[in-house]
Design a protein around this ligand. Structure first.
Ligand SMILES: NC(=O)c1ccc[n+]([C@@H]2O[C@H](COP(=O)([O-])OP(=O)(O)OC[C@H]3O[C@@H](n4cnc5c(N)ncnc54)[C@H](OP(=O)(O)O)[C@@H]3O)[C@@H](O)[C@H]2O)c1
Length: 243
């Protein structure tokens, strides 16, 4: 059952960075499972990439739904017997420009549900399948906005950005990366956090300076790291970023 082909799963991949990461991985002859919570949107996205001749299939996955995660993992186990690359990409940014004192607790909880708890649940559920890979790679889509060092730096271009829910969810995600990296230190699995840069997507808005091709570069690099590549790090533009 264990296929020699490299299999990747990208969450929240029906649009934006997840879609472009799926494209770039498939261009490297990797078989990509494009995950979408809405199967219709996922199918439409897959059809676009298949028209480019790429090996991409849709899989239904709502990262906040444990049953959906378990079903997807079972489908991948039955079909491929392993998972090589997991990109925890699905994310939301609901509190742009909201001050902490104005933040609704429901927004905070909703943000953590997708950006943090879901990543934990997906990673934990898929880990047994990733352990069956020769060279498992996990990439967590974080943000410079989650860097405490950058947030405190008055010279940062993002110093005046506000969004405590989004920012702290990505800080927590970075902690998750470090904790899993420590547990997996003696395995061939690498897990890293990445900021793709500020990228033009529905989340990044049209104000962003980068396009999705640029934004996907470092996540794809981390997804395809060689055996001597880093683990437990936080990267932007293929360079380490302050925690
Ligand atoms: N764009 C930037 O400048 C930027 C910068 C730093 C980090 N990031 C991170 O990069 C990642 C991708 O962002 P993006 O800019 O590509 O955003 P985007 O265009 O808004 O896409 C977000 C994706 O996440 C999916 N999603 C949301 N909730 C989900 C759920 N419960 N289950 C499954 N999928 C879900 C969305 O699906 P639907 O279409 O169904 O809503 C969509 O496919 C995020 O983690 C984001 O925080 C982005």
């Amino acid at each position: 059952m264990n296929t020699k082909q490299t299999i990747a799963l990208v969450t929240g991949a029906n649009k934006g960075l997840g879609f472009e990461i799926s494209r770039q991985l498939a261009q490297k002859e990797i078989m990509v499972l494009l995950a979408a919570r809405d199967p219709q949107k996922g199918t439409e996205a897959v059809e676009k990439l298949q028209l480019e001749g790429l090996d991409v299939e849709v899989i239904q996955l709502d990262v906040t739904d444990s049953a959906s995660i378990t079903t997807a993992a079972q489908q991948i186990r039955d079909r491929f017997g392993k998972l090589d690359i997991l990109i925890n990409n699905a994310g939301i940014y609901l509190d742009r420009n909201v001050q902490p004192s104005e933040l609704d607790i429901n927004t905070l909880q909703q943000t953590f549900a997708v950006n943090f708890f879901a990543v934990f649940n997906v990673t934990k559920t898929f880990l047994p399948l990733i352990k069956l890979s020769q060279a498992g790679r996990i990439v967590n889509m974080s943000s410079t906005l989650g860097s405490l060092g950058d947030t405190l730096d008055p010279n940062s271009p993002y110093f005046d950005f506000r969004g405590m829910a989004y920012q702290s969810s990505k800080t927590a995600l970075n902690a998750l990366t470090v904790q899993f990296a420590k547990e997996l230190a003696d395995t061939s699995i690498k897990i890293n956090s990445v900021c793709p840069g500020w990228v033009k997507t529905d989340l990044g808005t049209t104000d962003a300076p980068l396009n999705v091709e640029q934004g996907a570069d470092t996540p794809v690099w981390l997804a395809t790291l060689p055996a001597d590549g880093p683990t437990g790090g936080f990267f932007n533009s293929r360079q380490p970023l302050a925690w």
